[in-house]
Design a protein around this ligand. Structure first.
Ligand SMILES: *[C@@H]1O[C@H](CO)[C@@H](O)[C@H](O)[C@H]1NC(C)=O
Length: 302
């Protein structure tokens, strides 16, 4: 029963996700990462089914491995210039895994500026099977109801996906589009921009969602990848402004960083993570004020 549903959903998804263009360079296609609300219910169902599939089999599952590697990389890739390039690589890792199940798959992102005032009321937390469900010590509704995960910050501790919104059933307001656009435009220095995004909206969303998302095993929650895809989009928008594309500075472990540095776990250089076109994807605008203001700014600079 579940499998026939899965395969029907995958077929619908695969055709809808056919990439939009062919790149004459090294990419056979360019994946278009869309805002989660731009996916159809069938596309979301296929995406969710593929995640459940990655979480099948003996523990630790493929899904579990993301929480483990994120937690192991820990402070090497947080409060550090490596935040953006490491998470860009991590997202590509999952995207490749999902592509093997759903050919042409592009990760969706969650533009939480659309939900800034009252994130808990976001459609994303709807209790129906084609959304992510609400909160609870064990999330019991939505597409990830009773989703079993393996790791906590203190090691192996099998549990059910958990969310504990920081204001009971409510979440703290998230940064509105204008605040995000201002951070992007006003911080030309790479590590200052990274600091403003990481310690501001990035951390706030993790803490406001709580449960697994509030810990270093945050990749237990599928929403982690949508949150980080949006953070990745913000870096790419920052990079697109004049003179910023390859800027990378600051220090990690007391040493000045460089574009030649190898990323923890993956070993790829930071430089290899700079150009999302060469990494064969792009972001579809979500139509928020962030997109509009940045477009306006780029027109002014050009
Ligand atoms: C990124 O890569 C694409 C494809 O190779 C290239 O056309 C573009 O100029 C690169 N962008 C930058 C800013 O170097």
């Amino acid at each position: 029963m579940r499998f026939s549903l899965l395969f029907t959903a995958i077929a619908a998804f695969a055709s809808a996700f056919a990439a939009d263009s062919t790149n004459p360079g090294t990419c056979s296609t360019i994946r278009v990462r869309r805002e989660i609300r731009q996916l159809s219910a069938q596309e979301r169902a296929a995406f969710f089914a593929a995640i459940w599939q990655l979480n099948e089999g003996p523990r630790p599952t493929i899904w579990d491995s993301y929480a483990q590697l994120h937690s192991e990389a820990g402070m090497l890739v947080h409060r550090s210039p490596r935040l953006f390039p490491f998470h860009r690589r991590l997202l590509l890792d999952l995207e490749e895994r999902l592509d093997a199940i759903l050919p042409g798959f592009a990760l969706p992102y969650w533009d939480w500026t659309l939900d800034a005032r009252d994130p808990a009321s976001s459609m994303i937390f709807s209790p129906t099977r084609d959304w992510f469900g609400s909160q609870g010590t064990c999330v019991r509704d939505g597409g990830f109801a009773n989703f079993g995960v393996w790791y906590t910050e203190s090691g192996v501790q099998p549990h059910c996906l958990s969310r504990r919104f920081d204001r009971g059933a409510q979440m703290s307001p998230i940064f509105p589009p204008s605040a995000i656009a201002n951070i992007i435009v006003n911080n030309q220095d790479y590590d200052l921009f990274r600091f403003m995004i990481e310690t501001g909206p990035h951390n706030l969303l993790h803490r406001a969602m709580g449960g697994d998302m509030g810990t270093m095993v945050a990749p237990n929650d599928p929403i982690f990848f949508l949150h980080h895809a949006f953070v990745d989009r913000l870096w790419s928008e920052w990079q697109a402004l004049p003179g910023r594309f390859a800027r990378y500075d600051g220090s990690a472990g007391g040493q000045a960083v460089s574009l030649q540095d190898a990323l923890p776990h993956y070993g790829d250089t930071v430089r290899s993570m700079l150009n999302i076109t060469e990494l064969c994807y792009r972001y579809a605008p979500s139509g928020t004020e962030v997109s509009r203001r940045l477009t306006a700014n780029q027109e002014v600079f050009n």
